[in-house]
Design a protein around this ligand. Structure first.
Ligand code: OAD
Length: 258
């Protein structure tokens, strides 16, 4: 075992350190890798990713919902419980701290609430939220109900509750493949990157559009774009700087040197 003081200090790449100190408006775009060190699996990691065991069409599409709503509801209920039992990591905490010192807009693809539980304000949840289910028929928002049996396994079927107003099935509050993003959430995210002078792209593989188009929008609007991710991604080429580190290692070091 190594004591924390024995760990080598994290060195922030100089161009990023300077850009972070000089920026007056920062936008941070986050994906599943942001929450990986909180114990929430990403989607596309070859060993642990959620899409290794499941077909996204079955769990994250209107067709999947029509075919087997109990499977879909059980999976999202299982994930919500996993998130509820997890804690924000040092990267989430660092972003919350940065927001106290500077204008930092966070737009996330994540449907968890770990940014908020770290004390950060999220400008935009572009793919919705695990904790904001709504009626699949009349659209009325439903309270997230954390009572009742929690599925022990990801593939355990749980019948969705019924809407008290119309009797329709309550569906998860995540945006699915084939659905439009909530207009306000998308407009806010796009506006944030257009107006930022520094855009950090943290923990996303950059394969799901339109979110994956935001780094290019930022770049063409004149922002410095920095990727924080342990590996190359589909949006690495859009970045002015690529920092091969993790969210919970890189972000605290970056914010500490401001
Ligand atoms: P992915 O699973 O596609 O990508 C996660 C990224 O995080 C990868 O590039 C990893 O290298 C990186 N990563 C892993 N651990 C990390 C760490 N500790 N720190 C930083 N980066 C790390 O997840 P997303 O890009 O978020 O949509 O996926 C986009 C969308 O696809 C999701 O919102 C979801 C999914 O299907 C829907 O369900 C509609």
């Amino acid at each position: 075992m190594t004591a924390p003081e024995d760990q080598p200090p994290v060195v922030v790449p100089t161009p990023l350190a300077i850009a972070a100190r000089e920026a007056s408006r920062i936008a941070v775009l986050t994906g599943a890798g942001m929450s990986a060190e909180s114990g929430i699996a990403t989607f596309r990691d070859a060993r642990t990713g959620l899409w290794k065991d499941f077909d996204p069409q079955d769990l994250a599409s209107p067709e999947g919902w029509s075919a087997d709503s109990d499977l879909v509801w059980g999976w999202y209920r299982w994930r919500a419980e996993l998130v509820r039992r997890s804690e924000p990591n040092a990267g989430h905490v660092a972003l919350a701290r940065w927001q106290k010192q500077a204008h930092v807009d966070i737009a996330t693809q994540n449907v968890d609430d770990l940014h908020e539980r770290a004390g950060a304000r999220v400008l935009s949840h572009v793919h919705g939220s695990l904790f904001e289910p709504y009626c699949s028929d009349c659209g009325t928002r439903a309270a997230f109900d954390d009572t009742g049996d929690v599925p022990a396994e990801a593939d355990q079927r749980v019948p969705p509750p019924e809407c008290p107003l119309c009797g329709g099935l309550i569906r998860p509050g995540a945006v699915w493949f084939g659905e439009s993003l909530p207009e306000d959430a998308w407009a806010a995210a796009e506006n944030a990157v257009r107006n930022a002078d520094l855009v950090l792209v943290v923990g996303t593989s950059g394969v799901v559009y339109p979110f994956a188009g935001l780094p290019a929008i930022a770049r063409s609007a004149g922002a410095t774009v920095v990727e924080i991710n342990p590996v190359d991604t589909e949006v690495s080429d859009m970045a002015d700087h690529r920092w091969r580190t993790t969210a919970a290692v890189g972000l605290p070091a970056l914010v500490a040197q401001l």
